[in-house]
Ligand binder design. Structure first.
Ligand code: MTE
Length: 402
């Protein structure tokens, strides 16, 4: 795909942010020099790295800025933007709004070049979507797999708004040969690293819920979440939702660049843990699986005897969460959790379960979600070499004091 010339950094509004991010890079250099590992074990004191403005986030990588929300902070239906995970494959771009354009090309009757003002003339739509990185939970796979070692918090729920992609494509007029739509952002790969380009089938592109989002939770997108415009492909893996969007290209076949193949694919047959699979035995990840996580209590907590409030969230991509159940006896008995009132088509449900431990001791609390397609969280992981789509029944071990 053609690249737009790189824009100089705009001082208006974004200047301060640039300073903060370069501050973070400095912190990163210091940390890498000491080669300190920075995995998170639920102990705030163990976190050695912080990004200014994102102090509560777990820093999974400073190279291109990957930040995870500590799952115990999940206590609201909408994730505050400062707690929403950040996943960057490449350095974040600088955006000069005066020069920013969105081009629409490929298998269309008429190519378009749109300004942000042009997009803002289109009817805005709004949608609440739980976005999750396909690698969320990767750190739990055994044997371990390489990649960012996400635990539970590579996920967030936000209300996104902006024009529908379908309206823009209708203006351009999609030819009968246009079967997929590819997206490219302003972020540029250093050296030989491949560019982050992703495609989705035309049916999902024309879905009225697929947005060119300009706002997140009612405010303009922050630079780290794709300012000024990002794709939001609801219910699908986060990678589909390309940030800093500058190019939309209608194409005949699924795009097959690095981040589509071998990236973000799941085996079509079971792989023994530690085994290998050829890319031809994998398919593109689309909708997210059903999953619940326990936010509180946290792993290893010592709790006073008395009622314990167990809370978490559950989501199911394009499906609806129908049930969350909790077990406190190694999975023998499962009791229904209460689902939160707030709901939307692609959004997670908060849930809670009030439990009276029968006696002091050590317990494993488990949560299991089921969705409208009849899918339930498995008890065993589907190990895969890239560590994608971890959705095993969640577990935390706690101690109830006498
Ligand atoms: N878009 C661009 N241009 N570059 C990227 O590296 N990362 C993708 C996606 N969009 C990415 C991108 C991935 S892997 C995920 S999970 C989501 O953005 C994360 O979005 P967030 O950082 O706003 O949470």
């Amino acid at each position: 795909m053609k690249r737009l010339p790189r824009a100089p950094f705009s001082p208006e509004g974004l200047g301060r942010r640039k300073f903060l991010w370069s501050g973070a890079r400095f912190l990163g250099a210091a940390a890498l020099a000491s080669a300190a590992p920075f995995t998170w074990h639920g102990n705030l004191a163990a976190q050695e790295l912080v990004v200014p403005g994102k102090e509560k986030m777990i820093v999974r990588s400073l190279k291109y800025m990957d930040l995870e929300m500590p799952a115990y902070l999940l206590n609201s239906w909408l994730t505050p933007v400062e707690l929403f995970y950040v996943r960057n494959h490449l350095p974040m771009p600088s955006v000069n709004l005066a020069e920013w354009r969105l081009t629409v090309t490929g298998e269309v009757e008429k190519s378009l070049e749109l300004t942000l003002a042009d997009l803002q003339k289109l009817e805005p739509a709004s949608m609440t979507n739980t976005m999750e990185c396909a690698g969320n939970g990767r750190s739990f796979y055994r044997p371990r797999v390489p990649g960012i070692q996400w635990a539970r918090g590579g996920v967030g729920n936000a209300t996104f708004a902006g024009p529908r992609l379908a309206d823009v494509l209708r203006h351009a007029g999609v030819k009968a040969t246009g079967k997929h739509v590819a997206f490219n952002g302003l972020d540029e790969p250093p050296g030989k690293v491949p560019d982050f380009i992703r495609s989705i089938p035309i049916e999902k592109a024309m879905d009225p819920d697929t947005l060119l989002a300009t706002t997140m939770n009612g405010a303009p997108l922050k630079i780290e979440h794709g300012f000024p415009v990002r794709m939001v492909v609801p219910g699908w893996l986060g990678a589909a939702s390309v940030k800093w969007l500058v190019e939309v290209k209608v194409i005949e076949r699924e795009f097959d660049g690095n981040f589509m193949k071998p990236g973000y694919r799941f085996p079509t047959r079971p792989v023994p843990p530690g085994g290998e699979i050829s890319p031809d035995e994998t398919s593109t990840i689309k909708g997210l699986p059903v999953k619940s996580i326990i936010a509180r209590p946290v792993e290893g907590a010592y709790l006073k005897a008395g009622p314990i409030r167990i809370t978490g969230a559950a989501w199911a991509g394009e499906q609806e969460v129908t049930r969350v159940e909790v077990s406190t006896d190694q999975g023998r008995a499962w009791k229904p959790a209460e689902l939160g009132r707030e709901k939307a088509k692609y959004a997670w449900r908060l849930w809670e379960y009030n439990w009276k431990p029968p006696a002091p001791g050590t317990y494993v609390i488990m949560s299991r979600a089921t969705d409208s397609a009849g899918r339930a969280q498995p008890s065993e992981p589907a190990w895969n070499p890239s560590g994608y789509l971890w959705n095993v029944i969640d577990k935390v071990r706690i101690h109830v004091e006498a």
